[in-house]
Design a binder for this molecule. Sequence first.
Ligand SMILES: Nc1ncnc2c1ncn2[C@@H]1O[C@H](COP(=O)(O)OP(=O)(O)OP(=O)(O)O)[C@@H](O)[C@H]1O
Length: 367
Amino acid sequence: MTDRASGVGQPGTNPRTRQRRDKGGNHRYVGRMLSSLSLRRPELAIDFGTANLRVIHRDGGILFDEPSLCCFANFRTDPQLFAAGSAAEAMVDRTPPSLQVRRPLRRGVLQDIGTAAELLRYAIRRALGRRQMGGLRALIGIPADATQAERRALLTAADDAGLAPVRLVHEPLVAAIGAGIQINKPAGVLLLECGAGTTEVAVLSLGGICLTRSVRMGGASLNKAIADHLHLRHKILVGAPTAERIKRNFSSLKGDYRANELIEVRGRSLVSMAPTSLNITASELDQVIDKHVRQIIETVRDVLNQTPPELSEDLHEHGALLTGGGALTPRLVETLQKELGLPVLVAEDPAHCVARGLQSALQTAQG
Ligand SMILES: Nc1ncnc2c1ncn2[C@@H]1O[C@H](COP(=O)(O)OP(=O)(O)OP(=O)(O)O)[C@@H](O)[C@H]1O
């Protein structure tokens, strides 16, 4: 489909590829988008996700890419940052009472402004290697249907972290740009941005969002569904990091894996209360994933039902493009294809589409 997309067809042989590979067009679009934001030479961009935080520099690319996590000492009385990012990830479910691991976003929504500001400060310091901060012009990605309260919370956290002025840009648009899609043509594009906390479905055309719906679920809720399944069916308790590992092990069984292929699970038995391990079959996880994907399919159907006929025709011709790390969910593509009757492609390196799109936006900003 495009240089950055994998799936059916060879790059350059698919008419869709030719139609959408005009990068100059995207640059003109991004330039217009930014001039409408009247933002002069922003230096940084932030992709603040439920699972991962990415700091992108105009010239240096992605300088920070770590989990959206902070670990605090004395959180209730006098919070002191103990660890953040990857270092805090290793501490999840392993802390003594004096330490607390906190996630600033839940289901794609900023829940804790203080933790968000702390994490942003940490990430920017790591990215730029500076101690003194303040007055850093920035772009920040935000779900297209974010409420005013959600926008205000993000702007407050950014301001506390020394980012100013900040402009918010809609994630589906930058994700499409980062996927190498030509979005400024009068042709509909169906994009699914599959994150950890939220899945956004958007129809784009002429550089704008014609329709958007989101469901506050993604890779993190699939992890919870896997943990719940193991609890109910096998009486074994696993934490979120283990559920994530099980999911990724399953994703790595590429191609025609056998339904009875085994995946090892380690956790605590609710029967013996002791550490235990067992093997579950791939078909068990298939069922958990099917249930999860069904909710995403409903959201896509809702969007398709409301799409005007001309755009609808474009979507039928070109199909859907998946971005975001959740696009790698096993069997997501096959199930969407089967249920929606549309071709479905996954962007190359889908987890970084928003970050790449933000960098494009930074590079084309006018001085
Ligand atoms: N190989 C894989 N198989 C299945 N899921 C994966 C894989 N790799 C990453 N993911 C999932 O992708 C999600 C992270 O993607 P991404 O970084 O795009 O989300 P985010 O931007 O943090 O979330 P959001 O946009 O919802 O706030 C995680 O839930 C992770 O489990």
